[in-house]
Design a protein around this ligand. Structure first.
Ligand code: COA
Length: 338
């Protein structure tokens, strides 16, 4: 028997400021129709002034701990691209807000793949016996890095947070045995593509250049069309790799729970993998692309809508800046604290 990770609880949180497409169309050269047909998005939520990523993360984390029936956890891993500050990490702040000061807490930065990387990291901590419970959170306030002059990115991203509590269990073989089991994982990166999804200013590269940042470089930028192509390619390849590791076929998957980047990407990916569209979790219409928060947010909303039964097989896959990509599988547990 080997130590494995099991899902014990889940939660999510959205800020209160609802932004429908029409509100963006009123202040930039775009339209509700363009946004809906090119991305599938109808609305997103932005954090109100004064609310930071750690606030959203702490709310989602508290809900996940409540769902797990736990008042405390042994460690906090936070995936985010919009930390409260460049230094220090935001996870210790989240831990303190949750009354968990003293526990290990750190950030994982893999942009939209962040939650899958954070899950893998948490599974590693559990497998090594470092801890018995981990709170894994994906949280973003992307609204703070969107360029108001860039319609191609401003219409896509939203703020939010999602979290899972993992606890150690016993598993035979590859760990994907039994309800609640998380893993194995397929992870990858290609830094030659760093310019495709980036914030150019504010890091050592720009500061060492001796020049002031060019206008707009403090904001997020993305080469949308190329990212679209690579997202489908890498997520399909990674999803197939993890299915191969666990010995499942596409037909064994009950739910495709992917990063919500664009509805067209989700549909294309499902088609390439041979998974019927009815099995695709999609909440992008309501929340937009929430980067590292998107997978746990989509799964939590589907769970609370009663869409899962114990034993359902979920395939998680994400692609994002770095470039990074990753996939894993999750067998839905019997959660006793809905
Ligand atoms: N409103 C209206 N027109 C817009 C627009 C907007 N919000 N944004 C871009 N356009 C225009 C472009 O200027 C371009 O006009 P042109 O043909 O006159 O030059 C046209 O629409 C097509 O632009 P393009 O970028 O090729 O559109 P697209 O169909 O690829 O859709 C994205 C753009 C960003 C929605 C799409 O590429 C995408 O979703 N990419 C992947 C995002 C992703 O996966 N991210 C994952 C990591 S976060």
């Amino acid at each position: 028997m080997t130590r494995s990770a099991r899902l014990a609880g889940i939660g999510s949180f959205l800020p209160s400021c609802l932004v429908p497409n029409a509100q963006l169309a009123a202040r930039m050269d775009t339209s509700d129709e363009w946004i809906r047909t090119r991305t599938g998005i109808r609305q997103r939520y932005f954090a109100e002034p004064g609310t930071t990523t750690s606030d959203l993360a702490a709310e989602a984390g508290a809900r996940a701990m409540k769902s797990a029936g736990l008042a405390e956890v042994d460690a906090v891993v936070l995936a985010t691209t919009t930390p409260d500050r460049p230094c220090p990490a935001t996870a210790p702040v989240v831990a303190a807000k949750l009354g968990l000061a003293g526990r290990p807490a750190f950030d994982v930065q893999a942009v939209c793949t962040g939650f899958v990387y954070a899950l893998a990291t948490a599974c590693g901590l559990l497998a090594m016996g470092c801890v018995d419970t981990v709170l894994v959170i994906g949280a973003e306030t992307f609204s703070t890095i969107l360029n108001p002059a860039d319609r191609a990115t401003s219409v896509i991203f939203g703020d939010g947070a999602g979290a899972m509590v993992l606890r150690s269990g016993q598993a035979a073989g590859n760990g994907a045995v039994g309800n609640g089991a998380v893993g194995p994982f397929d992870l990858g990166s290609d830094g030659t593509g760093q310019d495709l999804i980036t914030v150019r200013a504010g890091g050592a590269e720009q500061r060492r250049s001796g020049s002031a940042p060019a206008p707009g470089d403090e904001y997020f930028s993305m080469a949308g069309r190329e990212v679209f192509r690579q997202a489908v390619e890498h997520m399909a390849q990674s999803a197939r790799a993890v299915l191969g590791q666990v010995g499942w076929q596409a037909g064994d998957i009950d739910w495709l729970a992917c990063h919500q980047a664009n509805l067209r990407i989700l549909v294309r990916l499902a088609d390439v993998l041979g998974i019927p569209e009815a099995r695709v979790l999609a909440n992008i219409a309501e929340v937009g692309n929430t980067s590292a928060a998107s997978i746990p947010l989509a799964i939590d909303q589907a769970y609370r809508a009663g869409r899962f039964k114990a034993g359902d097989r979920l395939l998680l896959s994400a692609f994002g800046g770095g470039l990074t990509w990753g996939s894993t599988v999750l067998t839905w547990p019997d959660l006793t604290h809905p």
